[in-house]
Design a binder for this molecule. Structure first.
Ligand code: AMP
Length: 493
């Protein structure tokens, strides 16, 4: 017994409730081959999460669900699997999580039977009051099957006293806080919604007479759907009888999308607020060059995250852009590895120096962001070992000093290099000749704003400023996490 309690204590200490990370969501309504289209959409959103994927479909009388570990292309590529997902309605989910809860049961979409019928739920984002809500629900007698905060939403929908599903959903979202984009499906409606600040992204597309909801526009392109518009912040859209309807139940808030979608997370070809992520990133590089005065021979990107910014920087400075690092495309994102040791190995697996380009050169090395410093530290060393004369690191975003609670994998302050070190100290740590970050107003300028609006910031930019639009209210008191940890223990077995 003592041993079990000790094991539980360790679990409690190590438990990380952030389970719904930078996922990708997708849904289609009333169209032939709905699950095949969903598989394609998820494939285009693969960069948003590679741990697991799932699809729920509805065939007119029954729901079907398939969930798998790993990549969409390895799991939903066969007729055999897609045949198990018949029907004209489908939603899908790509999952990314940092630690714990890697059980198949945590892979989405979730499905539940309510007194208004079945409902499938796919969620991107993180709730900042999930633990508090979960404890209240447990006190009222709810039983949780997974460790994911998405199940809190499902339970809230199920327990609502309203009779129509859409009203139950509205009831539920009045309770939740944080950054979230949800795609849901019942037997006759497809629903999409975004949190009141529009922190997490969601777009609407149209394919023939059918509507499509997806995290990013690249998922519309792959199936030939036309981009209609973004779901607005705090808006609920739903498709009923092929008609798109919109509700805005929240009191209006100024939109504040997550800046990291622009800097790193979205695929470069996805359109965010009228421009491709690629254009924004190139502009970050251009602006960084304007703020910089270093002499060098070539500009080298950290592929692929630094490509667009490096191009913008090189063009602005009229310096040659060259591929000094070659990427192995058969390795996932290095961040995906939960432990620091494996993550640093990942950098080596992924990149190698291109000798002919870097030998004897003064190099400006550009990446989109610096978080723990793992990538820069390894690459600078790699470039010097390959004969670089000087390596000047330039980061196309400001110093990351604060963690995230809205669904981006951004570690605790302890692990964030810029939270605890000066630029000079970081430069020494990564062994670069010099280091410079894009300024915060430069970032806003590059996005087309005059500067950051200090009263109503245009973006969710807490990473750099500590300004959180939604205050995280969950406190990890012992009594609050006991229930979760027990579940976490079960799911990891
Ligand atoms: P680090 O190596 O810890 O300094 O992290 C910086 C590298 O990770 C950069 O190459 C970024 O492109 C990438 N990166 C930054 N933020 C994230 C994130 N939330 N998830 C995955 N990768 C990231």
């Amino acid at each position: 017994m003592k041993k079990i309690i000790e094991k539980l204590r360790i679990k409690l200490r190590n438990y990380n409730p952030k389970l719904n990370e930078e996922c990708g969501v997708f849904g289609v309504s009333n169209i032939l081959d709905a699950s095949a289209l969903t598989a394609l959409g998820l494939h285009a959103l693969q960069h948003r999460g590679q741990e697991g994927c799932g699809i729920v479909s509805f065939d007119g009388s029954q729901y079907h669900s398939e969930k798998r570990y790993g990549l969409v292309g390895d799991n939903f590529n066969k007729e055999k699997v897609l045949k198990k997902l018949p029907g004209k309605y489908a939603i899908g989910h790509n999952r990314y999580s940092t630690t714990g809860g890697t059980a198949l049961r945590n892979i989405q979409p979730f499905f539940a039977d309510t007194n208004a019928g079945g409902i499938g739920v796919a969620h991107n984002g993180n709730l900042t009051n999930a633990i508090t809500l979960r404890n209240e629900l447990v006190k009222e007698g709810a039983i949780f099957y997974t460790t994911s905060d998405t199940e809190v939403i499902v339970q809230l929908i199920a327990k609502s006293k309203r009779s129509k599903t859409i009203d139950k959903i509205i009831d539920a979202i009045f309770h939740i806080q944080g950054g979230y984009a949800l795609v849901m499906m019942t037997k006759n409606i497809l629903i999409g919604l975004r949190d009141p600040y529009g922190i997490r992204p969601l777009v609407i597309g149209k394919l023939k007479n059918s509507y499509v909801f997806a995290s990013e526009t690249c998922a519309l392109d792959i199936i030939g759907a036309k981009f209609v518009r973004e779901v607005e912040n705090g808006e609920i859209v739903y498709v009923e009888n092929d008609e798109l309807k919109s509700l805005k139940p929240f009191s209006p808030k100024k939109v504040r999308p997550c800046v990291f979608e622009y800097i790193y997370f979205s695929r470069p070809d996805s359109i965010l607020n009228g421009k491709t992520a690629y254009e924004y990133r190139k502009n970050f590089g251009t602006q960084l060059a304007k703020e910089d005065n270093i002499e060098a021979d070539i500009v080298v990107p950290v592929p692929d995250s630094g490509n667009a910014a490096a191009l913008g920087y090189a063009q602005e400075k009229k310096l040659p852009f060259d591929l000094g690092l070659i990427r192995n495309h058969y390795v996932g994102r290095t961040f995906i590895e939960p432990s620091q040791k494996i993550r640093s190995l990942g950098v080596k697996l992924k990149l190698n120096a291109n000798l002919s380009v870097i030998n004897d050169k003064k190099i400006i090395l550009i990446d989109d962001s610096l978080v723990r410093g793992t990538t820069s530290h390894k690459i600078v060393k790699m470039l010097y070992n390959a004969g670089a004369k000087e390596v000047h690191v330039r980061i196309a975003s400001p110093e990351i000093k604060f963690p995230d609670f809205y669904g981006v994998d951004m570690p605790t302050r302890k692990e964030l290099l810029a939270a605890n070190n000066s630029v000079k100290e970081i430069c020494d740590f990564i062994n670069a000749k010099s280091l410079k970050y894009l300024s915060i107003n430069g970032l806003y300028k590059a996005m087309g704003f005059e500067k950051r609006n200090e009263t109503y910031p245009q973006l969710t930019d807490h990473y750099f400023t500590g300004d959180y639009p939604v205050k995280p209210i969950d406190e990890l008191g012992d009594d609050k996490i006991t229930q979760l940890s027990l579940l976490s223990t079960a799911s990891n077995n």
